[in-house]
Design a protein around this ligand. Structure first.
Ligand SMILES: [Zn+2]
Length: 261
């Protein structure tokens, strides 16, 4: 590795390791290394299904849209359910155990942070989770597997015990962002002393607005991403590379143990 990259890694490790209120924002780039494709990338799910056909309003209004949605789930859900967290996820779980980590805000719906050992209380899944379904009438949550299995067995429009529509607990196009989680993420960004972006191109709002909130409130901004982002010029440090390798190198500098994750 070039000396300049070594120096940047050491600075990143010092910032992350010295943080007292670290807030981390993760995007698709941390989960591609677990074999989960970026939905928005070429060949991703949104090149095979038309997102304009699968808006929240259409889901509510049309049994055919719901059928399409569950059918897409047949494609997608087993890969999400069976995915394993990678080094990047494990390093973040280790940072929580070490102390000083206030929050992980994720744009991902794959639940891999929790599988790596991050506690539910530290997580904000700002786009929801694909591992559960929620009832649109009573709000009850349940695991997605059994509902997806009911669809696969021929039940075209699975319903809650209360009769309400069941929907995967992800935030769909045209669906309101979860208010409480969105507000909490902004408050955490404002309270952070170091804000670390991992594997997000910072293009999808409201998550993409969080680094601005953090920087405006005095946080140091560190960005780990393969591609340039609109915030690179505002960052104290930009590390261009794989989430797993970069976080693994930071963990090594900090002497973090990933063994019990
Ligand atoms: Zn219900």
């Amino acid at each position: 590795m070039a000396p300049a990259a070594d120096t940047r890694l050491a600075r990143a490790a010092a910032l992350v390791g010295g943080a007292r209120r670290l807030v981390v924002l993760t995007g698709a780039g941390i989960s591609t290394e677990s074999g989960i494709p970026d939905f928005r990338s070429p060949g991703g799910i949104w090149t095979r299904y038309d997102p304009r056909q699968l808006t929240f309003d259409r889901f509510c209004a049309s049994a055919e849209t719901r059928r399409l949605y569950w059918e897409m789930g047949n494609d997608l859900f087993p890969a999400l359910r069976d995915a394993h967290p990678n080094t990047g996820h494990r390093v973040l779980a280790a940072l929580e155990r070490r102390g000083g980590l206030l929050r992980i805000v994720t744009q991902n719906v794959d639940g891999l942070h929790q599988k790596a050992g991050s506690s539910p209380g530290v997580m904000i899944e700002i786009h929801g989770t694909a591992l559960q379904v929620g009832c649109l009438a009573c709000g009850a949550r349940q695991d997605r597997g059994p509902v997806q299995a009911r669809f696969a067995a021929g039940e075209q429009d699975p319903r809650c015990a209360c009769g309400g529509l069941l929907k995967p607990a992800t935030i769909s196009f045209g669906q309101a962002m979860p208010e409480r989680e969105t507000a909490q993420a902004a408050a955490d960004a404002a309270a952070s002393d170091v804000f670390l972006v991992i594997g997000s191109s910072l293009e999808v709002y409201p998550a993409a607005g969080l680094p601005r909130v953090a920087v405006d409130n005095g946080a140091a901004l560190v960005i780990v991403n393969r591609e340039p982002t609109p915030y690179d010029a505002d960052a104290d440090l930009v590390l261009r590379g794989s989430a797993g390798e970069t976080l693994g190198a930071i963990a090594a500098q900090l002497g973090l143990s990933l063994s019990d994750a």
